[in-house]
Design a protein around this ligand. Structure first.
Ligand SMILES: Cc1cc2nc3c(=O)[nH]c(=O)nc-3n(C[C@H](O)[C@H](O)[C@H](O)COP(=O)(O)O)c2cc1C
Ligand SMILES: C=C(O[C@@H]1CC(C(=O)O)=C[C@@H](OP(=O)(O)O)[C@H]1O)C(=O)O
Length: 392
């Protein structure tokens, strides 16, 4: 499975093409839209989410709600494009009238300055921000929805939730000892519904409100847990085959992410070996299993069969309504950074995007290992493999 996204934030469309999804998977636009709606919720987002109502259009690879095995094309229309039609018009040459709303004072922490230098966009840094915007993540969540649908067919479920926003923590910790898969699955589902819009947490809402009044922004951290993952996805044999490395790259590639850890991750820097390793047990029903999951489901770049636990750190939003010091890219005059309409925090949304990236990486690894032509054979091979591993 491979995918590519395209689209500018205020351009007409966001797009993705996915290659390598097996034939015979039941897939509808509604199934994807449910995930896109989750991405749009989240306390602390700005005015843009009131304009957009993200809905996917399936343009290829699906017939009568069934995947064909051919590339799947997904489109999401940017409603806000109506307000930017001239400024973003691909077909008209630049004129004074359609070149307004230029960005010349790069925002510290955004891609403006470095992107402008690298691509020669110093006449208007909008040429950078249009693609560096996290608007692109709408397509990652759409692709992730397809991945989640496939994974669900073979008993793999992926849930993302918020751990903290600024100093307010959700205290949702289920690491050690939680090897009862059903309990983990139920718990993570609960965490997800409780934390994704931050509405449920009075203190979180107050913090975001106050941050907005201060014309500042705030970051946090998220967690993603995948249950039902078979043992042995990924490989220790080469650097690029290590699935934990691939997954870290995928999660880190989300806008504003600054750290990724598995299981005990960052906490483990202070732990002793005896506190971190997951002891090995065996019984006739389960085969090999672990007494804890401090290592977050990975050993040697391979899945251990325990839940995958990914923790990731999200920096505060770079655009500040009380802008920081910057320099005009053309005149070199010291000036405050440009202000673009912006979010106060995007941590709840970031949890949904991280979940999508973990699902994509797991689906890719599953389709590398098992039949990718048709769903029935894929499911049969996964079931046989699980039986084989259990009987060892
Ligand atoms: C869901 C989401 C929404 C975001 N919204 C904004 C925003 O409104 N304003 C902003 O300056 N940055 C926003 N960001 C962060 C920038 O996209 C990001 O910081 C920028 O692309 C630079 O990339 P980097 O932070 O990964 O280095 C958002 C990030 C995410 C994940
Ligand atoms: C559009 C989305 O997020 C955008 C991400 C973003 C950024 O700089 O990353 C800046 C803002 O864009 P705008 O100035 O158009 O409001 C966010 O709204 C979205 O998530 O759908």
């Amino acid at each position: 499975m491979r995918y590519m996204t395209a689209g500018e934030s205020h351009g007409p469309e966001e797009m993705a093409i996915i290659e390598g999804i097996p034939a015979g998977l039941h897939l509808t636009a509604e199934m994807i839209d449910a995930q896109l709606a989750r991405r749009q919720h989240g306390y602390g987002r700005g005015e843009r989410q009131k304009i957009e109502h993200d809905e996917v259009h399936l343009l290829s690879g699906v017939r009568h709600q069934m995947t064909l095995g051919s590339p799947i094309t997904l489109n999401v229309h940017n409603r806000d494009h109506n307000n930017w039609a001239d400024i973003m018009d691909p077909n008209q040459a630049a004129t004074a009238e359609n070149s307004t709303r230029k960005v010349l004072r790069p925002r510290p922490g955004h891609a403006d300055l470095v992107g402008g230098i690298k691509y020669g966009h110093t006449a208007d840094l909008r040429n950078v921000l249009e693609r560096s915007s996290a608007r692109e993540t709408v397509m990652r969540v759409a692709v992730g929805a397809v991945a989640k649908t496939l994974l669900h067919e073979v008993g793999v479920d992926v849930h993302g939730f918020v751990r903290n926003i600024g100093p307010v923590h959700t205290n949702m910790d289920l690491l050690a000892g939680m090897t009862d898969l059903e309990a983990v699955r139920q718990q993570t589902e609960q965490f997800e519904t409780r934390t994704l819009d931050a509405n449920t947490d009075e203190k979180m809402r107050a913090l975001i409100d106050q941050t907005k009044i201060n014309r500042d922004t705030v970051g946090g951290s998220v967690e993603v847990i995948a249950t039902g993952v078979p043992v042995g996805l990924g490989s220790y044999t080469t650097a690029t085959a290590k699935l934990d490395g691939q997954m870290a790259q995928a999660v880190m590639s989300i806008n504003a992410f600054k750290g990724v850890a598995f299981g005990g991750g960052f906490e483990s820097v202070e732990a002793f070996g005896s506190e971190m390793m997951d002891e090995i047990y065996w019984d006739a029903d389960r085969g090999f299993y672990r007494g804890s999951n401090h290592l977050g489901g990975f050993e040697g770049g391979m899945t251990t069969g325990e839940p995958i636990v990914v923790k990731a750190m999200v920096k505060p939003i770079p655009t500040l309504y009380r802008p920081m010091q910057s320099v005009n890219i053309q005149t070199h005059e010291a000036n405050r950074a440009s202000i673009e309409r912006s979010d106060t925090t995007a941590v709840p949304t970031a949890a949904v995007i991280a979940e999508a990236m973990v699902a994509i990486k797991l689906a890719e690894a599953m389709l590398d290992k098992f039949d990718a032509d048709q769903l029935a054979r894929f499911k049969q091979q996964v079931a046989e493999y699980r039986d084989e591993v259990r009987s060892l």
